[in-house]
Design a protein around this ligand. Structure first.
Ligand code: HEC
Ligand code: HEC
Ligand code: HEC
Ligand code: HEC
Ligand code: HEC
Length: 268
């Protein structure tokens, strides 16, 4: 089925197409994965058409455009094409054991992730819609939030077993766990500086230097600008290949079997 995804990828601009080659060369492809918001009808209903288009959801028919645009992008992540959530109001994980100062608020690439995963910004709310298709902008944006009022157009209308317009009868999986809201106290700390050897010898030190000032382990686990741990330290947003035991693809940089991911950074 993955081959069919190429049809979606073709009408990209040259710049984005080159990017595509860069990503697909690594193996797993985001196209038709759960991070391909242009394939929701296909994933949900095995059809190119369905409820996820038209006046209810903007199906831009391109995988990359929900996050990237070749021009006039924002600086949160490479060629970023999304509105970012407001940085205030988050409640962050904190602990007395921390070497590094706890981040007051998410920053960098993590904000890019939260632009969908905290449920405050509509998933189809891009800075620049693609110009290759006539997109009917009905002015109605889906909100990927579970706090959506029952009956309103939101992902949670179907993806929440107990509440929402359809309750448990939509046939859709419960996605509650994937929407973080702004309370991040139950999530692994991020947006803090990675402890250096002299600060805490209990941490392995990544040795590959990156252009943005971050560092990387051989298995791809990495820090970003300012040597900070971000969502994308552990997650590879483009790559659904790494399956967990439930058969889901948590987009991880490396398998966490035997806690391999955790032990990349932590010595325990
Ligand atoms: C759901 C959001 C999302 C989608 C969809 C997406 N990306 Fe990305 N992309 C990101 C984020 C976040 C980063 C920065 C984090 C990182 O480097 O892993 C990034 C980084 C990149 C980079 C630079 C870093 C690298 O990994 O080489 C390239 C190139 C890229 N994306 C290309 C693409 C292409 C091509 C597509 C469509 C086939 C695509 N992306 C779809 C979110 C997305
Ligand atoms: C990219 C590196 C990295 C990876 C991978 C990683 N961690 Fe961490 N972890 C950190 C950093 C940095 C801290 C903050 C340490 C500090 O400042 O003292 C931390 C803190 C923690 C803490 C301490 C929280 C506290 O209250 O003191 C726990 C527990 C933890 N991580 C568990 C895990 C688990 C479980 C995994 C695997 C799912 C994991 N970590 C993967 C970097 C990482
Ligand atoms: C354009 C919106 C969007 C952006 C931006 C985005 N995601 Fe997602 N993400 C989704 C959707 C939609 C799903 C699928 C949810 C489902 O299957 O219920 C998903 C699924 C995931 C999953 C899989 C959860 C599971 O079921 O195990 C992970 C992990 C994830 N995203 C991490 C990230 C990270 C890290 C970033 C930033 C680097 C990011 N996402 C950015 C929309 C987005
Ligand atoms: C009209 C009901 C409905 C709405 C609204 C809806 N979905 Fe779905 N979705 C489904 C059904 C039914 C499935 C197929 C069963 C399943 O996988 O849960 C599905 C499947 C999915 C999948 C594929 C999961 C997989 O593992 O293959 C993703 C991702 C997804 N939906 C994301 C979203 C997002 C993001 C939104 C909001 C923008 C949304 N859905 C809104 C009904 C809906
Ligand atoms: C220290 C590593 C690490 C960091 C940092 C991290 N994650 Fe994860 N994340 C994981 C692991 C491991 C899983 C569980 C994967 C599985 O299902 O086996 C996970 C699961 C998820 C899920 C699925 C829901 C769940 O709770 O299982 C989502 C969505 C997600 N992460 C998004 C994010 C976002 C957004 C950020 C930044 C705000 C982030 N992650 C930061 C390691 C990390």
């Amino acid at each position: 089925m993955k081959k069919k995804g190429l049809k979606i990828a073709l009408p990209l601009s040259m710049a984005a197409l080159l990017l595509l080659l860069a990503v697909s060369a690594k193996g797993g492809s985001i196209v038709r994965s759960r991070h391909d918001l242009s394939s929701l009808n296909w994933r949900g209903y095995q059809s190119e058409t369905g409820p996820m288009q038209g006046g209810t959801f903007s199906d831009y028919r391109e995988a990359c455009v929900y996050c990237h645009t070749p021009h006039n992008s924002s600086s949160a992540a490479p060629l970023w094409n999304r509105e970012l959530p407001k940085e205030r109001e988050y409640r962050m994980y904190s602990s007395p054991n921390f070497d590094s100062k706890t981040a007051k608020a998410p920053d960098g690439i993590s904000l890019a992730c939260l632009s969908c995963h905290d449920g405050t910004v509509a998933v189809d709310s891009v800075l620049k819609p693609p110009k290759f298709h006539a997109i009917v902008d009905a002015g109605v944006k889906h909100r990927m939030t579970l706090e959506g009022e029952p009956g309103t157009d939101s992902c949670s209308k179907c993806h929440n077993r107990s509440e929402g317009a359809y309750g448990g009868v939509s046939g859709a999986h419960d996605a509650t766990i994937r929407y973080f809201t702004k309370d991040l106290r139950d999530d692994h700390a991020f947006s803090m500086v990675y402890p250096s050897l002299d600060i805490d010898p209990q941490f392995n030190q990544p040795t590959i230097l990156k252009a943005d000032g971050g560092r990387m382990f051989a298995n791809g686990v990495q820090t970003f600008e300012g040597d900070k741990v971000q969502c994308a330290s552990c997650h590879d947003i483009h790559n659904p290949d790494e399956k967990n035991l439930e058969g889901r693809d948590p987009f991880l940089r490396t398998s966490n079997r035997g806690s391999a991911l955790c032990l990349t950074c932590h010595q325990k």
